[in-house]
Design a protein. Structure first.
Length: 309
């Protein structure tokens, strides 16, 4: 909601129907200086710093524009149907103490972010609360968080802090294919038998849909929201940016998406070429990939990225 409406009570969302996304404080805000203070001086000094600066808004972090764009989608949905329950619902999870969390809440209010659920658990593992919030996607700047979430069966990705210049609207989400949207079966064949073996496997399996990857469930719910609009009026655009070649390995990917009923606005089969330049053109609010070299290439182009281990 726009800042001048921030005094209104937030719409209570039904987690059984909403697309719940959980983000840590270091994913949505830039807390790198504060985190360094925590590591060097300890949690007590960190807490004192946060309380002393509780009225000073934190700068946006890597996932900030993504969350802001999801909020824009909610506004467009409610314009069409004020009773709609299939919305984005954002939860902030933090290992901050409640006292340190005042600055986080104040920062969210400063930017007009529609976040009503904050979970401050001090030194506890905050990922233990993901299932109780029906979280479909978890974004964190801490690798331990991500691994814990994955062990709990929650789709998760690691964001890397960077300066982000993503467009505000519409919401743009880009996915890698294998080991992200799809299973890693072909990647395993590639590791064992090389490119030729992977190509032969794909040709033999062309009519068989691939297994689901760690972000399929999130992508499917995103697609469900996307279907509420015509393609011309949709506030969501989705992209597949894969290292697969279109000629030898593209058909199975397209047939798998068709079998799932998952519409993708644009697909790029890069045949192993760097993904950074095309991502710079797309300008997604977030790009998911399982390859750290692709994440680095995206970051070099200023694209907010999240690694799916």
């Amino acid at each position: 909601l726009s800042p001048n409406l921030s005094f209104l009570p937030l719409l209570q969302k039904d987690p059984s129907e909403a697309l719940v996304i959980a983000v840590t404080t270091r994913a949505i805000f830039n807390l790198e200086e504060e985190h360094k203070l925590y590591l060097e001086k300890g949690k007590e000094e960190y807490a004192r710093h946060q309380q002393a600066n509780q009225d000073k808004p934190l700068p946006p972090g890597t996932a900030f524009a993504f969350i802001q764009a999801a909020q824009y989608v909610n506004e467009k949905i409610l314009e069409s149907n004020p009773a709609e329950k299939d919305l984005f619902d954002i939860v902030v999870l933090s290992n901050n103490s409640p006292e340190s969390g005042v600055r986080i809440i104040n920062s969210a209010k400063h930017y007009g972010l529609e976040i009503s659920k904050f979970c401050f658990v001090s030194d506890e593992d905050s990922t233990q609360y993901l299932k109780s919030h029906s979280v479909k996607l978890f974004l964190s700047a801490d690798r331990t968080d991500v691994c814990n979430a994955l062990r709990r069966g929650v789709s998760s990705a690691l964001v890397f802090q960077q300066e982000v210049q993503a467009p505000s609207t519409p919401l743009r989400v880009a996915f890698d294919g294998d080991a992200v949207l799809f299973s890693d079966e072909t990647d395993q064949i590639f590791q064992e038998q090389g490119l030729e073996g992977a190509v032969q496997y794909e040709r033999a399996m062309e009519a068989v849909p691939m297994g689901e990857g760690p972000l399929k469930a999130f992508a499917m719910h995103l697609g469900k929201i996307r279907k509420k609009f015509s393609q011309e009026e949709s506030p969501i655009r989705t992209y597949l940016v894969t290292a697969r070649s279109g000629r030898d390995m593209g058909i199975r990917a397209i047939k798998t998406l068709r079998e799932w009923g998952l519409a993708i606005d644009e697909a790029f089969f890069m045949d192993g070429a760097p993904k950074g330049p095309i991502l710079a053109q797309i300008q997604p609010h977030i790009f998911f990939d399982d390859g750290l070299h692709n994440i680095q290439g995206a970051q070099d182009m200023g694209v907010p990225s999240a690694w799916v281990p």
